[in-house]
Design a protein around this ligand. Structure first.
Ligand code: ADP
Ligand code: ASP
Ligand code: MG
Length: 468
Protein backbone atom coordinates (compact mmCIF):
# COMPACT_ATOMS: atom_id res chain seq x y z
CA UNK A 1 0.00 0.00 0.00
CA UNK A 2 1.21 3.49 -0.74
CA UNK A 3 1.44 6.26 1.80
CA UNK A 4 -0.83 9.26 1.31
CA UNK A 5 0.65 12.16 -0.63
CA UNK A 6 2.24 14.86 1.54
CA UNK A 7 -0.34 17.24 2.92
CA UNK A 8 -3.20 14.84 2.17
CA UNK A 9 -5.59 14.05 5.00
CA UNK A 10 -6.60 10.73 3.47
CA UNK A 11 -5.18 7.88 5.47
CA UNK A 12 -4.40 4.66 3.60
CA UNK A 13 -6.25 1.95 5.41
CA UNK A 14 -7.92 -1.20 4.22
CA UNK A 15 -10.87 -3.19 5.49
CA UNK A 16 -10.53 -6.96 5.26
CA UNK A 17 -13.49 -9.29 5.61
CA UNK A 18 -13.01 -12.99 6.34
CA UNK A 19 -16.03 -15.23 5.69
CA UNK A 20 -17.24 -18.30 7.56
CA UNK A 21 -14.92 -20.82 5.90
CA UNK A 22 -11.93 -18.54 6.59
CA UNK A 23 -12.74 -18.62 10.31
CA UNK A 24 -14.19 -22.12 10.38
CA UNK A 25 -11.33 -24.27 11.63
CA UNK A 26 -7.99 -24.10 13.42
CA UNK A 27 -6.21 -24.50 10.08
CA UNK A 28 -8.12 -21.75 8.30
CA UNK A 29 -7.56 -19.42 11.26
CA UNK A 30 -3.83 -20.13 11.01
CA UNK A 31 -4.00 -18.86 7.42
CA UNK A 32 -5.93 -15.78 8.54
CA UNK A 33 -3.34 -15.09 11.25
CA UNK A 34 -0.51 -15.36 8.74
CA UNK A 35 -2.25 -12.99 6.34
CA UNK A 36 -2.82 -10.44 9.10
CA UNK A 37 0.76 -10.78 10.34
CA UNK A 38 1.95 -9.93 6.83
CA UNK A 39 0.25 -6.50 6.89
CA UNK A 40 2.47 -3.46 6.73
CA UNK A 41 -0.23 -1.06 8.01
CA UNK A 42 -2.96 -1.66 10.59
CA UNK A 43 -6.28 -2.74 9.09
CA UNK A 44 -9.88 -3.28 10.16
CA UNK A 45 -10.77 -6.96 10.07
CA UNK A 46 -14.42 -7.99 9.86
CA UNK A 47 -15.28 -11.60 10.59
CA UNK A 48 -18.23 -13.92 10.08
CA UNK A 49 -19.32 -16.60 12.52
CA UNK A 50 -17.39 -19.90 12.46
CA UNK A 51 -18.28 -21.64 9.16
CA UNK A 52 -21.68 -23.31 9.24
CA UNK A 53 -22.50 -22.03 12.74
CA UNK A 54 -25.26 -19.63 11.67
CA UNK A 55 -27.11 -22.51 9.99
CA UNK A 56 -26.67 -24.67 13.11
CA UNK A 57 -27.93 -21.89 15.39
CA UNK A 58 -31.05 -21.48 13.26
CA UNK A 59 -31.69 -25.24 13.19
CA UNK A 60 -31.15 -25.50 16.96
CA UNK A 61 -33.51 -22.59 17.67
CA UNK A 62 -36.18 -24.33 15.56
CA UNK A 63 -35.56 -27.56 17.46
CA UNK A 64 -35.95 -25.70 20.72
CA UNK A 65 -39.23 -24.18 19.54
CA UNK A 66 -40.53 -27.65 18.72
CA UNK A 67 -39.71 -28.65 22.29
CA UNK A 68 -37.52 -31.63 21.38
CA UNK A 69 -34.69 -30.66 23.76
CA UNK A 70 -31.97 -31.18 21.12
CA UNK A 71 -30.42 -27.84 22.00
CA UNK A 72 -29.06 -29.49 25.15
CA UNK A 73 -26.85 -31.77 23.04
CA UNK A 74 -25.95 -29.03 20.56
CA UNK A 75 -24.62 -26.61 23.18
CA UNK A 76 -21.56 -28.73 24.09
CA UNK A 77 -20.76 -29.10 20.36
CA UNK A 78 -20.80 -25.31 19.90
CA UNK A 79 -18.73 -24.85 23.06
CA UNK A 80 -16.29 -27.55 21.87
CA UNK A 81 -15.65 -25.82 18.51
CA UNK A 82 -14.81 -22.54 20.21
CA UNK A 83 -12.70 -24.18 22.93
CA UNK A 84 -10.70 -26.13 20.35
CA UNK A 85 -9.74 -22.86 18.68
CA UNK A 86 -8.90 -21.18 21.98
CA UNK A 87 -6.65 -24.09 22.99
CA UNK A 88 -4.88 -24.26 19.63
CA UNK A 89 -4.42 -20.60 18.78
CA UNK A 90 -4.60 -18.35 21.82
CA UNK A 91 -1.52 -17.86 23.95
CA UNK A 92 -1.66 -19.49 27.39
CA UNK A 93 -1.69 -16.16 29.24
CA UNK A 94 -4.91 -15.03 27.48
CA UNK A 95 -6.79 -18.33 27.30
CA UNK A 96 -8.67 -17.99 30.59
CA UNK A 97 -9.82 -14.46 29.82
CA UNK A 98 -11.12 -15.45 26.36
CA UNK A 99 -12.74 -18.63 27.67
CA UNK A 100 -14.60 -16.58 30.31
CA UNK A 101 -15.95 -14.22 27.64
CA UNK A 102 -17.05 -17.10 25.41
CA UNK A 103 -18.60 -18.90 28.40
CA UNK A 104 -20.57 -15.76 29.28
CA UNK A 105 -22.03 -15.66 25.77
CA UNK A 106 -22.69 -19.42 25.70
CA UNK A 107 -24.57 -19.21 29.01
CA UNK A 108 -26.68 -16.41 27.60
CA UNK A 109 -27.34 -18.46 24.43
CA UNK A 110 -28.32 -21.47 26.53
CA UNK A 111 -30.81 -19.30 28.43
CA UNK A 112 -32.30 -18.09 25.15
CA UNK A 113 -32.71 -21.68 23.89
CA UNK A 114 -34.29 -22.68 27.22
CA UNK A 115 -36.70 -19.73 26.91
CA UNK A 116 -37.62 -20.72 23.34
CA UNK A 117 -38.25 -24.32 24.37
CA UNK A 118 -40.45 -23.20 27.28
CA UNK A 119 -42.66 -20.91 25.23
CA UNK A 120 -42.50 -23.22 22.18
CA UNK A 121 -42.30 -20.26 19.84
CA UNK A 122 -39.60 -18.56 17.84
CA UNK A 123 -40.43 -14.93 17.08
CA UNK A 124 -38.27 -13.31 14.37
CA UNK A 125 -36.48 -11.07 16.87
CA UNK A 126 -35.57 -14.04 19.07
CA UNK A 127 -34.06 -15.80 16.04
CA UNK A 128 -32.06 -12.62 15.34
CA UNK A 129 -30.79 -12.74 18.92
CA UNK A 130 -29.83 -16.42 18.55
CA UNK A 131 -27.83 -15.97 15.33
CA UNK A 132 -26.01 -12.93 16.70
CA UNK A 133 -24.01 -15.17 19.04
CA UNK A 134 -22.06 -16.54 16.05
CA UNK A 135 -20.33 -13.26 15.17
CA UNK A 136 -20.20 -12.11 18.80
CA UNK A 137 -18.09 -15.16 19.65
CA UNK A 138 -15.96 -15.35 16.49
CA UNK A 139 -14.94 -11.68 16.74
CA UNK A 140 -13.74 -12.16 20.32
CA UNK A 141 -11.74 -15.23 19.25
CA UNK A 142 -10.16 -13.64 16.18
CA UNK A 143 -9.21 -10.42 18.00
CA UNK A 144 -7.36 -12.51 20.59
CA UNK A 145 -5.76 -14.74 17.93
CA UNK A 146 -4.30 -11.84 15.95
CA UNK A 147 -3.72 -9.56 18.95
CA UNK A 148 -6.03 -6.85 17.61
CA UNK A 149 -8.29 -4.34 19.36
CA UNK A 150 -11.86 -5.60 19.68
CA UNK A 151 -14.74 -3.42 18.44
CA UNK A 152 -18.32 -4.45 19.16
CA UNK A 153 -20.40 -3.97 16.01
CA UNK A 154 -23.61 -3.96 18.09
CA UNK A 155 -22.43 -0.52 19.22
CA UNK A 156 -22.40 1.01 15.75
CA UNK A 157 -24.43 -0.89 13.13
CA UNK A 158 -28.04 0.31 13.14
CA UNK A 159 -31.03 -0.96 11.18
CA UNK A 160 -34.51 0.30 10.57
CA UNK A 161 -37.69 -1.64 9.98
CA UNK A 162 -38.59 -1.97 6.29
CA UNK A 163 -41.89 -3.73 5.66
CA UNK A 164 -41.37 -7.07 7.44
CA UNK A 165 -37.55 -7.01 7.58
CA UNK A 166 -34.64 -4.84 8.69
CA UNK A 167 -32.36 -2.79 6.50
CA UNK A 168 -29.25 -0.84 7.43
CA UNK A 169 -29.67 2.79 8.38
CA UNK A 170 -26.59 3.74 6.40
CA UNK A 171 -26.36 7.36 7.47
CA UNK A 172 -26.58 6.67 11.19
CA UNK A 173 -24.32 3.64 10.93
CA UNK A 174 -21.64 5.55 9.04
CA UNK A 175 -21.74 8.33 11.65
CA UNK A 176 -21.36 5.79 14.46
CA UNK A 177 -18.52 4.02 12.61
CA UNK A 178 -16.62 7.30 12.42
CA UNK A 179 -17.01 7.67 16.20
CA UNK A 180 -16.02 4.06 16.87
CA UNK A 181 -12.77 3.93 14.91
CA UNK A 182 -10.26 6.72 15.27
CA UNK A 183 -7.85 7.14 12.39
CA UNK A 184 -5.04 6.64 11.85
CA UNK A 185 -5.31 3.18 13.37
CA UNK A 186 -2.46 2.38 15.71
CA UNK A 187 -3.28 -1.32 15.90
CA UNK A 188 -5.30 -3.84 13.90
CA UNK A 189 -8.99 -3.83 14.78
CA UNK A 190 -11.35 -6.82 14.71
CA UNK A 191 -15.12 -6.59 14.62
CA UNK A 192 -18.03 -8.94 13.92
CA UNK A 193 -19.92 -8.68 10.65
CA UNK A 194 -23.64 -9.18 10.05
CA UNK A 195 -25.00 -8.13 13.47
CA UNK A 196 -26.72 -4.87 14.31
CA UNK A 197 -29.33 -3.22 16.49
CA UNK A 198 -32.67 -1.67 15.60
CA UNK A 199 -32.25 2.11 15.77
CA UNK A 200 -35.60 2.58 17.57
CA UNK A 201 -35.83 -0.34 19.96
CA UNK A 202 -32.17 -1.28 20.45
CA UNK A 203 -33.09 -4.94 19.86
CA UNK A 204 -30.50 -7.11 18.12
CA UNK A 205 -31.10 -7.44 14.38
CA UNK A 206 -28.88 -8.30 11.41
CA UNK A 207 -28.08 -7.29 7.87
CA UNK A 208 -29.37 -10.51 6.29
CA UNK A 209 -27.66 -13.83 5.50
CA UNK A 210 -24.17 -13.22 4.15
CA UNK A 211 -24.30 -9.71 5.63
CA UNK A 212 -20.74 -9.57 6.99
CA UNK A 213 -19.59 -8.37 3.56
CA UNK A 214 -21.99 -5.45 3.95
CA UNK A 215 -20.70 -4.54 7.42
CA UNK A 216 -17.20 -4.40 5.93
CA UNK A 217 -18.40 -2.19 3.06
CA UNK A 218 -20.16 0.21 5.43
CA UNK A 219 -16.97 0.55 7.46
CA UNK A 220 -14.84 1.04 4.34
CA UNK A 221 -17.21 3.70 3.00
CA UNK A 222 -17.57 5.57 6.30
CA UNK A 223 -13.81 5.74 6.81
CA UNK A 224 -12.85 6.34 3.17
CA UNK A 225 -10.73 3.22 3.16
CA UNK A 226 -8.33 2.66 0.31
CA UNK A 227 -9.46 -0.89 -0.38
CA UNK A 228 -12.05 -3.45 0.68
CA UNK A 229 -10.75 -7.02 0.66
CA UNK A 230 -13.19 -9.93 0.74
CA UNK A 231 -11.28 -13.06 1.80
CA UNK A 232 -13.16 -16.25 0.98
CA UNK A 233 -12.60 -19.84 -0.17
CA UNK A 234 -12.23 -19.40 -3.95
CA UNK A 235 -9.49 -17.71 -5.99
CA UNK A 236 -11.70 -14.80 -7.00
CA UNK A 237 -14.95 -13.88 -8.69
CA UNK A 238 -15.61 -16.62 -11.23
CA UNK A 239 -17.37 -16.44 -14.59
CA UNK A 240 -20.22 -18.43 -13.05
CA UNK A 241 -21.12 -20.52 -10.01
CA UNK A 242 -18.37 -23.17 -9.75
CA UNK A 243 -20.72 -25.49 -7.86
CA UNK A 244 -22.90 -25.75 -10.98
CA UNK A 245 -20.42 -25.26 -13.85
CA UNK A 246 -16.98 -26.80 -13.35
CA UNK A 247 -15.45 -24.85 -16.27
CA UNK A 248 -16.06 -21.51 -14.47
CA UNK A 249 -12.86 -19.49 -14.36
CA UNK A 250 -11.48 -16.45 -12.55
CA UNK A 251 -12.38 -12.97 -13.77
CA UNK A 252 -9.24 -10.87 -13.14
CA UNK A 253 -11.04 -7.52 -13.24
CA UNK A 254 -14.59 -6.25 -13.46
CA UNK A 255 -16.48 -3.03 -12.91
CA UNK A 256 -18.61 -2.18 -9.88
CA UNK A 257 -21.72 -2.33 -12.03
CA UNK A 258 -20.86 -5.77 -13.37
CA UNK A 259 -20.25 -7.14 -9.89
CA UNK A 260 -23.46 -5.57 -8.63
CA UNK A 261 -25.51 -7.17 -11.40
CA UNK A 262 -23.86 -10.59 -11.01
CA UNK A 263 -24.38 -10.53 -7.23
CA UNK A 264 -27.96 -9.27 -7.46
CA UNK A 265 -28.71 -12.25 -9.67
CA UNK A 266 -27.24 -14.85 -7.35
CA UNK A 267 -23.41 -14.86 -7.44
CA UNK A 268 -23.03 -15.82 -3.80
CA UNK A 269 -19.42 -14.67 -3.50
CA UNK A 270 -20.43 -11.15 -2.37
CA UNK A 271 -23.65 -10.16 -0.56
CA UNK A 272 -25.42 -7.82 -3.03
CA UNK A 273 -25.89 -4.64 -0.90
CA UNK A 274 -22.12 -4.63 -0.27
CA UNK A 275 -21.13 -3.10 -3.58
CA UNK A 276 -23.10 0.14 -3.50
CA UNK A 277 -21.50 1.95 -0.51
CA UNK A 278 -17.98 1.35 -1.80
CA UNK A 279 -18.92 2.03 -5.44
CA UNK A 280 -20.35 5.36 -4.31
CA UNK A 281 -16.99 6.24 -2.71
CA UNK A 282 -14.97 4.63 -5.54
CA UNK A 283 -13.21 2.26 -3.15
CA UNK A 284 -12.06 -0.84 -5.07
CA UNK A 285 -12.88 -4.34 -3.86
CA UNK A 286 -10.54 -7.31 -4.07
CA UNK A 287 -11.81 -10.86 -3.83
CA UNK A 288 -9.06 -13.07 -2.39
CA UNK A 289 -8.60 -16.65 -1.24
CA UNK A 290 -7.64 -17.27 2.42
CA UNK A 291 -6.46 -20.73 1.39
CA UNK A 292 -4.35 -19.46 -1.51
CA UNK A 293 -3.33 -15.91 -0.53
CA UNK A 294 -0.79 -15.48 -3.32
CA UNK A 295 -3.44 -15.88 -6.06
CA UNK A 296 -4.07 -12.48 -7.68
CA UNK A 297 -7.84 -12.62 -7.09
CA UNK A 298 -10.37 -10.30 -8.70
CA UNK A 299 -10.23 -6.51 -8.68
CA UNK A 300 -13.58 -4.73 -8.79
CA UNK A 301 -13.22 -1.05 -9.66
CA UNK A 302 -14.59 1.72 -11.87
CA UNK A 303 -12.13 0.92 -14.65
CA UNK A 304 -14.01 0.58 -17.93
CA UNK A 305 -12.97 -1.92 -20.54
CA UNK A 306 -12.98 -0.99 -24.19
CA UNK A 307 -14.08 -4.31 -25.65
CA UNK A 308 -17.64 -5.47 -25.16
CA UNK A 309 -17.34 -8.67 -23.17
CA UNK A 310 -19.65 -10.95 -21.32
CA UNK A 311 -17.99 -10.73 -17.91
CA UNK A 312 -19.97 -13.43 -16.16
CA UNK A 313 -23.23 -15.35 -15.92
CA UNK A 314 -25.30 -15.68 -12.73
CA UNK A 315 -28.08 -18.00 -11.72
CA UNK A 316 -30.90 -17.15 -9.39
CA UNK A 317 -33.32 -19.93 -8.51
CA UNK A 318 -36.50 -19.81 -6.47
CA UNK A 319 -38.33 -17.10 -8.36
CA UNK A 320 -41.84 -16.75 -9.77
CA UNK A 321 -42.96 -15.39 -13.13
CA UNK A 322 -46.03 -13.16 -13.21
CA UNK A 323 -47.63 -12.59 -16.55
CA UNK A 324 -50.30 -10.30 -17.87
CA UNK A 325 -51.97 -11.27 -21.10
CA UNK A 326 -54.02 -8.87 -23.10
CA UNK A 327 -55.62 -8.04 -26.39
CA UNK A 328 -53.40 -7.06 -29.31
CA UNK A 329 -54.24 -3.39 -28.83
CA UNK A 330 -52.81 -3.29 -25.32
CA UNK A 331 -50.30 -0.54 -24.47
CA UNK A 332 -47.36 -2.70 -23.38
CA UNK A 333 -45.20 0.15 -22.04
CA UNK A 334 -48.03 1.40 -19.86
CA UNK A 335 -48.84 -2.10 -18.58
CA UNK A 336 -45.17 -2.56 -17.69
CA UNK A 337 -45.01 0.66 -15.70
CA UNK A 338 -48.29 0.01 -13.90
CA UNK A 339 -47.36 -3.58 -13.05
CA UNK A 340 -43.94 -2.58 -11.79
CA UNK A 341 -45.28 0.31 -9.69
CA UNK A 342 -48.07 -1.78 -8.15
CA UNK A 343 -45.48 -4.25 -6.84
CA UNK A 344 -42.87 -1.68 -5.80
CA UNK A 345 -45.51 0.28 -3.82
CA UNK A 346 -46.14 -2.84 -1.78
CA UNK A 347 -42.51 -3.55 -0.97
CA UNK A 348 -42.11 -6.41 -3.46
CA UNK A 349 -38.66 -6.38 -5.05
CA UNK A 350 -39.06 -6.85 -8.80
CA UNK A 351 -36.12 -8.83 -10.16
CA UNK A 352 -36.80 -8.62 -13.88
CA UNK A 353 -39.30 -6.93 -16.14
CA UNK A 354 -39.12 -8.75 -19.42
CA UNK A 355 -40.71 -9.41 -22.70
CA UNK A 356 -42.73 -12.61 -22.41
CA UNK A 357 -41.92 -15.09 -25.10
CA UNK A 358 -45.37 -16.62 -25.37
CA UNK A 359 -47.63 -13.93 -23.94
CA UNK A 360 -48.70 -10.66 -25.38
CA UNK A 361 -47.99 -8.23 -22.54
CA UNK A 362 -46.10 -8.17 -19.28
CA UNK A 363 -43.67 -10.62 -17.64
CA UNK A 364 -42.33 -9.76 -14.19
CA UNK A 365 -40.12 -11.97 -12.05
CA UNK A 366 -40.23 -11.73 -8.25
CA UNK A 367 -38.77 -13.85 -5.44
CA UNK A 368 -40.97 -16.92 -4.99
CA UNK A 369 -41.74 -16.03 -1.37
CA UNK A 370 -43.55 -12.93 -2.65
CA UNK A 371 -45.44 -14.62 -5.48
CA UNK A 372 -48.88 -14.88 -3.82
CA UNK A 373 -48.82 -11.28 -2.65
CA UNK A 374 -47.51 -10.09 -6.03
CA UNK A 375 -50.21 -12.01 -7.90
CA UNK A 376 -52.92 -10.43 -5.72
CA UNK A 377 -51.51 -6.93 -6.25
CA UNK A 378 -51.52 -7.41 -10.03
CA UNK A 379 -55.08 -8.76 -9.93
CA UNK A 380 -56.16 -5.63 -8.07
CA UNK A 381 -54.18 -3.33 -10.38
CA UNK A 382 -55.51 -4.87 -13.58
CA UNK A 383 -59.03 -5.68 -12.31
CA UNK A 384 -60.60 -2.76 -14.22
CA UNK A 385 -58.72 -3.73 -17.42
CA UNK A 386 -59.92 -7.32 -17.12
CA UNK A 387 -63.51 -6.10 -16.76
CA UNK A 388 -63.03 -3.91 -19.84
CA UNK A 389 -61.47 -6.78 -21.78
CA UNK A 390 -58.12 -5.10 -22.56
CA UNK A 391 -56.37 -7.52 -20.19
CA UNK A 392 -57.45 -11.12 -20.57
CA UNK A 393 -55.65 -12.71 -17.62
CA UNK A 394 -53.05 -12.36 -14.88
CA UNK A 395 -51.01 -15.49 -14.22
CA UNK A 396 -48.28 -16.75 -11.91
CA UNK A 397 -45.82 -19.63 -12.37
CA UNK A 398 -43.56 -20.62 -9.49
CA UNK A 399 -40.31 -22.59 -9.74
CA UNK A 400 -38.58 -20.24 -12.16
CA UNK A 401 -34.90 -19.32 -12.46
CA UNK A 402 -33.18 -16.26 -13.89
CA UNK A 403 -29.96 -16.59 -15.85
CA UNK A 404 -28.30 -13.18 -15.95
CA UNK A 405 -25.68 -12.53 -18.63
CA UNK A 406 -23.61 -9.54 -17.53
CA UNK A 407 -21.10 -7.17 -19.12
CA UNK A 408 -21.02 -3.35 -19.10
CA UNK A 409 -21.26 -3.11 -22.87
CA UNK A 410 -22.95 -6.33 -23.89
CA UNK A 411 -25.73 -4.40 -25.57
CA UNK A 412 -23.17 -3.77 -28.30
CA UNK A 413 -22.97 -7.51 -29.02
CA UNK A 414 -25.55 -7.79 -31.78
CA UNK A 415 -28.55 -9.97 -31.00
CA UNK A 416 -26.95 -11.63 -27.99
CA UNK A 417 -30.25 -12.24 -26.17
CA UNK A 418 -32.03 -13.88 -29.07
CA UNK A 419 -28.95 -15.91 -30.01
CA UNK A 420 -28.84 -17.35 -26.48
CA UNK A 421 -32.58 -18.06 -26.50
CA UNK A 422 -32.12 -19.97 -29.79
CA UNK A 423 -29.30 -22.05 -28.33
CA UNK A 424 -31.47 -23.03 -25.34
CA UNK A 425 -34.59 -23.77 -27.37
CA UNK A 426 -32.58 -25.90 -29.82
CA UNK A 427 -31.57 -28.03 -26.82
CA UNK A 428 -35.21 -28.37 -25.81
CA UNK A 429 -35.10 -25.83 -22.96
CA UNK A 430 -38.15 -23.64 -22.93
CA UNK A 431 -37.41 -19.94 -22.33
CA UNK A 432 -40.31 -18.27 -20.49
CA UNK A 433 -39.20 -14.65 -20.71
CA UNK A 434 -36.30 -12.53 -21.90
CA UNK A 435 -35.22 -9.15 -20.65
CA UNK A 436 -32.89 -7.57 -23.12
CA UNK A 437 -33.40 -3.95 -22.22
CA UNK A 438 -34.03 -3.51 -18.50
CA UNK A 439 -30.45 -2.58 -17.74
CA UNK A 440 -27.56 -1.58 -19.97
CA UNK A 441 -25.37 -4.36 -18.67
CA UNK A 442 -27.62 -7.38 -18.16
CA UNK A 443 -29.64 -9.75 -20.29
CA UNK A 444 -31.96 -11.89 -18.18
CA UNK A 445 -33.29 -15.21 -19.42
CA UNK A 446 -36.08 -16.90 -17.47
CA UNK A 447 -36.32 -20.69 -17.51
CA UNK A 448 -37.85 -23.34 -15.23
CA UNK A 449 -35.85 -24.20 -12.07
CA UNK A 450 -35.67 -27.77 -13.37
CA UNK A 451 -33.77 -26.66 -16.49
CA UNK A 452 -31.62 -24.08 -14.67
CA UNK A 453 -28.37 -26.02 -14.24
CA UNK A 454 -28.33 -27.25 -17.83
CA UNK A 455 -29.31 -23.83 -19.14
CA UNK A 456 -26.56 -22.15 -17.10
CA UNK A 457 -23.94 -24.50 -18.56
CA UNK A 458 -25.13 -23.82 -22.12
CA UNK A 459 -25.36 -20.06 -21.67
CA UNK A 460 -21.97 -19.89 -19.92
CA UNK A 461 -20.29 -21.93 -22.63
CA UNK A 462 -21.85 -19.89 -25.42
CA UNK A 463 -21.81 -16.36 -23.96
CA UNK A 464 -18.28 -16.30 -22.62
CA UNK A 465 -16.92 -17.17 -26.06
CA UNK A 466 -19.61 -15.62 -28.23
CA UNK A 467 -18.23 -13.89 -31.34
CA UNK A 468 -18.66 -10.11 -31.08
P1 ADP B 1 -17.86 -16.68 2.74
O1 ADP B 1 -18.18 -17.70 3.79
O2 ADP B 1 -16.40 -16.42 2.59
O3 ADP B 1 -18.67 -15.43 2.86
P2 ADP B 1 -19.59 -17.59 0.59
O4 ADP B 1 -19.95 -19.03 0.72
O5 ADP B 1 -20.61 -16.59 1.01
O6 ADP B 1 -18.22 -17.37 1.36
O7 ADP B 1 -19.16 -17.24 -0.90
C1 ADP B 1 -18.14 -17.98 -1.54
C2 ADP B 1 -18.75 -19.09 -2.37
O8 ADP B 1 -19.56 -18.51 -3.39
C3 ADP B 1 -17.75 -19.91 -3.13
O9 ADP B 1 -17.29 -20.99 -2.35
C4 ADP B 1 -18.50 -20.36 -4.37
O10 ADP B 1 -18.92 -21.70 -4.26
C5 ADP B 1 -19.75 -19.49 -4.40
N1 ADP B 1 -19.96 -18.81 -5.68
C6 ADP B 1 -21.14 -18.74 -6.35
N2 ADP B 1 -21.01 -18.03 -7.47
C7 ADP B 1 -19.72 -17.61 -7.54
C8 ADP B 1 -18.96 -16.83 -8.46
N3 ADP B 1 -19.51 -16.33 -9.56
N4 ADP B 1 -17.66 -16.62 -8.17
C9 ADP B 1 -17.09 -17.12 -7.08
N5 ADP B 1 -17.75 -17.87 -6.16
C10 ADP B 1 -19.05 -18.12 -6.39
N1 ASP C 1 -22.84 -15.59 9.59
C1 ASP C 1 -23.79 -14.95 8.72
C2 ASP C 1 -24.32 -15.96 7.71
O1 ASP C 1 -23.94 -17.12 7.74
C3 ASP C 1 -23.23 -13.74 8.02
C4 ASP C 1 -22.06 -13.97 7.10
O2 ASP C 1 -21.45 -15.04 7.14
O3 ASP C 1 -21.74 -13.06 6.33
O4 ASP C 1 -25.17 -15.62 6.94
MG1 MG D 1 -20.53 -14.78 2.05
Amino acid sequence: MQNPPKGSTKYCMKVMKFGGTSVGTVDSLKNLKQIVEGLTEPAIIVVSALGGLTDRLIATARDAASGNGLYKTEMPVIRGRHYEIIDALISADRREEVRTKIDGLLNELNDVFRGISLIRALPERTLDLVVSFGERMSSILVSAIVGADFHDSLEYVRTEQWFTGSIADRKLTEELIRKEFSLPLTNNAVTGGFISRDRETGEITNLGRGGSDYTAALIAAALDAELLEIWTDVDGFLTTDPRVVSSAHIIPEMTFVESMELCNFGAKVVYPPTIYPVFHKNIPIKILNTFNPSAPGTLISDFHFSTPEVRGVSLMKGTALLTVEGSLTINVAQINTRGYNALARNGIGVLVVGEPIRHTALAIVVPQKDSTKAFRELEVEFGPDIRQGTVTSVGVAEGMAIIAVVGESIKKIAGLGSRLVNILERKGISVEALSDGASESTIAIVVSDNDAAEALKLVHEAAIQMPR
